[in-house]
Design a protein around this ligand. Structure first.
Ligand SMILES: C[C@@](CO)(OP(=O)(O)O)[C@H](O)COP(=O)(O)OP(=O)(O)OC[C@H]1O[C@@H](n2ccc(N)nc2=O)[C@H](O)[C@@H]1O
Ligand SMILES: Nc1ncnc2c1ncn2[C@@H]1O[C@H](COP(=O)(O)OP(=O)(O)O)[C@@H](O)[C@H]1O
Length: 283
């Protein structure tokens, strides 16, 4: 067993597009989403120890329970069970991603914990195998395990990696409302949705293609939380913004920008949480 700490980044997840179909019999919704990750997020650090212990730091950890309801400890416990090991860990979570924000923070933390413990405990499982355990923790966890541009289908378990999806200069903003995922899907159900129609393949001009897509949860989330609609209107009126959209079930929104300078101007002008990021593979 490894005595040195193992550190993994839990990158913020952004749904550049999100198609959602009518609910399946088990209540879950089939999705078709182009998912990318930011060069920014939480950090998970693990060290060998008896038992499982979690400590948290960081702006976004305020109000977040550090007990066994935390996805970090759920992930650690799930991996112990799946691997049939009683190895333990002291886990530190530096939490920067706002909670219930549509940025997959909890899923990213769970995925980073699985990757870190996989190394600390010398399991050496491939990501595909970790993803089976990850899916039991949340629909977004498999995508967060790969943490690179991908197309996500099924309810999140069917992943196609998109090689060489170069990064966009972008801004992530949060309108300051917590939006739990479940009620947004429930509101979506009440809009009498059609079965999932999968996206057409991306053409030569990816920005054109992205503009032709949407986030199917955006309208219901905006109706429930007018702050999101106001934030999107504000972003779309900014100079240098090529595309603005909500991520996941909200409330966070992203703006793809002409360049880094434009992204910085938007972030400086926003009254609230804003981060300049690269979304996609480093170019
Ligand atoms: C909507 C998405 C899009 O990436 O992102 P977030 O807004 O959560 O970041 C995800 O699919 C969310 O993934 P995740 O947050 O892991 O979902 P879970 O914990 O498994 O489920 C939370 C709630 O969402 C509903 N849910 C989730 C995924 C899905 N395909 N259909 C659903 O109906 C579940 O019924 C549950 O009530
Ligand atoms: N480490 C964690 N970070 C964030 N949320 C967590 C964590 N552990 C458990 N949760 C719970 O998971 C739920 C989803 O949170 P989060 O992943 O931040 O939102 P979203 O699904 O909108 O991206 C929240 O109810 C939160 O309390």
């Amino acid at each position: 067993m490894n005595a040195a700490p193992v550190i993994e980044t839990a990158a913020a997840k952004v749904n550049l597009t999100l198609r959602v179909g009518a609910a399946r019999a088990d209540g879950y919704h089939p999705l078709d989403s182009l998912v990318v990750f930011a060069d920014w997020g939480d950090t998970v650090e693990v060290r060998a120890a008896p038992g499982l212990l979690l400590t948290m730091s960081g702006e976004a950890s305020r109000g977040l329970a550090g007990d066994h309801s935390n996805l970090v400890l759920k992930a650690a416990r799930a991996l112990q069970v799946a691997a049939g090991t009683d190895a333990g860990a002291m886990i530190r979570l530096d939490k920067q991603i706002p909670v219930e924000a549509g940025l997959g923070g909890g899923s990213a933390d769970a995925a980073a914990t699985l990757r870190a413990l996989n190394r600390l405990w010398g399991l050496d499982w491939p990501l595909d195998r970790l993803a089976e355990t990850g899916l039991t923790l949340g629909a977004d966890v498999p995508a967060c395990l790969y943490s690179r541009p991908l197309r996500m289908r099924g309810i999140g378990e069917w992943i196609d990696i998109l090689p060489r999806f170069g990064a966009f200069d972008a801004v992530l903003v949060n309108p300051g409302v917590n939006v739990p995922t479940g009620p947004v899907f429930k509101a979506f159900d009440r809009s009498d949705p059609a079965p999932l129609a999968e996206a057409e393949p991306m053409g030569e001009d990816r920005l054109d293609w992205l503009r032709s897509e949407q986030n199917a949860l955006e309208a219901v989330a905006c109706a429930r939380h007018p702050e999101i609609a106001a934030t999107l209107d504000w972003l779309r009126a900014r100079d240098g913004v090529e595309l603005a959209r909500m991520s996941g079930s909200g409330a966070s929104c992203f703006a793809l920008c002409r360049d880094r300078v434009a992204a910085e101007r938007v972030a400086e002008a926003f009254d609230g949480f804003a981060r300049v990021v690269c979304l996609g593979d480093p170019v």
